[in-house]
Design a protein around this ligand. Structure first.
Ligand SMILES: C[S@@+](CC[C@H](N)C(=O)[O-])C[C@H]1O[C@@H](n2cnc3c(N)ncnc32)[C@H](O)[C@@H]1O
Length: 247
């Protein structure tokens, strides 16, 4: 199997600033995070495997993986939303581009990989709407965004990182925060599994326990995305200020 086809299978379970000094600081953070990554730690999920996000093949795989599934679904989820929204761990900005025609939305994106953020800039996403940062410590103000979402990303964070990400997303988001995740096809908590792109392959309840530790209202919606190990779900986390959603 070629590296590219392997990537295509594994991907989903799946700030930028013009100021040079900020870029340098941010690159240092990313580099330090990558230096922390040692593949033996990455194997048990206690450390995130980050090098993969500077791999050209990953950049390529991120161009196609959500077609007809997550990228169609995010359009429906955002269709009636107005205001600022953050694409958390936006990668190459592909989803931001897909949502660009939604004129009531101003989409921003953040990601730890300056390599992938550069690709978002190359595709024409305004650089002032992009930020290179760790999604668990974004630096945005409280309630800066009306909505936020992440797609195919949170499952790759450490367990501690998952909780920090949910907490940070709640802090910076006024209404709902929506997260597309793979859950285990066998319904079990299989833990941290290590195909080419390692991730938590756990049950809906495992994920709900994490979301409910931060949010009272969480809705789970099926996604069409699937592979042989996992099926896709959307976890829609709503603050009390968010309009009610009918089940
Ligand atoms: C599988 S990719 C998905 C990218 C994008 N959401 C998409 O659907 O194409 C996972 C993304 O999470 C980003 N990421 C991983 N760990 C991160 C962290 N701690 N903070 C911010 N971004 C992170 C990676 O750089 C990568 O862009």
């Amino acid at each position: 199997m070629t590296k590219k086809s392997l990537l295509n299978q594994c991907t989903p379970p799946i700030v930028w600033n013009a100021v040079a000094s900020v870029k340098t600081a941010v690159r240092t953070t990313a580099r330090k995070a990558r230096e922390r990554d040692d593949s033996s730690h990455a194997r048990n999920g206690s450390t995130q495997a980050l090098d993969i996000y500077w791999d050209a093949a990953m950049g390529e795989a991120l161009e196609t993986w959500g077609e007809g599934t997550a990228w169609t679904e995010i359009r429906f989820l955002m269709a009636n939303c107005h205001g600022k929204a953050l694409d958390i761990a936006c990668g190459t900005g592909k989803t931001m581009e897909i949502l660009a025609p939604f004129n009531d939305l101003e989409i921003h994106g953040c990601d730890i990989s300056d390599f992938l953020i550069n690709k978002a800039i190359e595709r024409g996403i305004p650089r002032e709407r992009l930020k290179v940062c760790d999604a668990t410590v974004t630096g945005y103000e409280d309630d800066f965004f009306d909505y936020s979402y992440s797609i195919g990303s949170m499952e790759h964070f450490t367990e501690e990182g998952v909780l920090s990400l949910i907490t940070e997303a709640r802090r910076i988001t006024k209404f709902s925060s929506m997260h597309h995740l793979p859950v285990a096809r066998n319904g079990k908590d299989n833990g941290w599994i290590t195909p080419w792109h390692s991730y938590h392959n756990n049950s809906v309840d495992w994920w709900l326990a994490r979301f409910h530790s931060v949010y009272t209202r969480v809705h789970v919606i099926d996604s069409k995305w699937e592979d042989n190990l996992s099926v896709g779900k959307w976890f829609i986390c709503m603050k009390d200020s968010a309009p009610a959603l009918k089940d």
